[in-house]
Design a protein around this ligand. Sequence first.
Ligand SMILES: NC(=O)c1ccc[n+]([C@@H]2O[C@H](COP(=O)([O-])OP(=O)(O)OC[C@H]3O[C@@H](n4cnc5c(N)ncnc54)[C@H](OP(=O)(O)O)[C@@H]3O)[C@@H](O)[C@H]2O)c1
Length: 270
Amino acid sequence: MSVILITGASSGIGYQTAQDLARQGHTVYGAARRVDKITPLAKDGVKPLPLDVTSDASLQAAVTTLIANEGRIDVLINNAGYGSYGAVEDVTIAEAKKQFDVNLFGMARLTQLVLPYMRQQHSGRIINTSSMGGRLVSYMGAWYHATKYAVEAFSDALRMETKAFGIQVSLIEPGGIKTNWGFIAADHLVASAQGGAYEQQATKAATGMRRQYASKLLSQPAVISKAIAKAVNQRHPRPRYLVGFGAKPLVFAKAILPTRLFDFIMMHAS
Ligand SMILES: NC(=O)c1ccc[n+]([C@@H]2O[C@H](COP(=O)([O-])OP(=O)(O)OC[C@H]3O[C@@H](n4cnc5c(N)ncnc54)[C@H](OP(=O)(O)O)[C@@H]3O)[C@@H](O)[C@H]2O)c1
């Protein structure tokens, strides 16, 4: 059984995954800012850790606590993230930097902090939550997709350079998953567009997004939790797990369709 740290454990995919892995018998530290939302998982054995992935001090404190308690870390699951949707002209560079801080640099810093322990153990797994959105781009999602494309590149590079130390790196690429993610992204989209040139399209797209995330079409977080459990438990974890609503067909369509046709589909998707 493994000692696991998972970020973004207060909600959605992270919450479900922390619960499932703890029930499998792993020692799971669930981290997030809203640590009170993780306490219900204490009954399953999940240990709540306060964590803001944008704060270096907070990241260091989380790793120090885990190592002090367990003396090792076997698996890091970088899952915390949100969608900063909005037209490029509308989203401030300050917000774009925040999007990168949460979705990329938080994962990068946490990776740096756990690597010395994993190298010393000559074993470890780092599982990074990207998205199908790390391989294709949806309407008005420039900064979100820029972070997820970056997560893909970062993880591919990390996998190659840590292989010799016995460390394995996997990417989780969810499709549409029924969590708060879509509502948070829609809120960002509407707020960024208020009173501007893109307001009409943005409002329409946000309404479509909310409708989609309220529908039964999307996959449940358990679908992703299962894929993450494979990356944790399989003897030979895969570099990529592309799973959940729309993921495989859309990535396939992106690969075979002319760019303008794919653009058209994405612009009219919601
Ligand atoms: N749902 C989808 O359709 C979908 C599709 C593809 C990829 N994903 C990715 O899957 C991951 C999980 O998303 P989800 O769908 O489960 O959304 P969610 O329900 O909104 O959960 C997001 C989690 O990220 C955490 N988080 C956000 N900002 C943080 C910060 N600064 N520090 C620490 N934690 C932070 C939140 O915790 P606190 O706010 O409590 O800190 C929360 O636990 C994200 O990386 C997302 O981009 C989701």
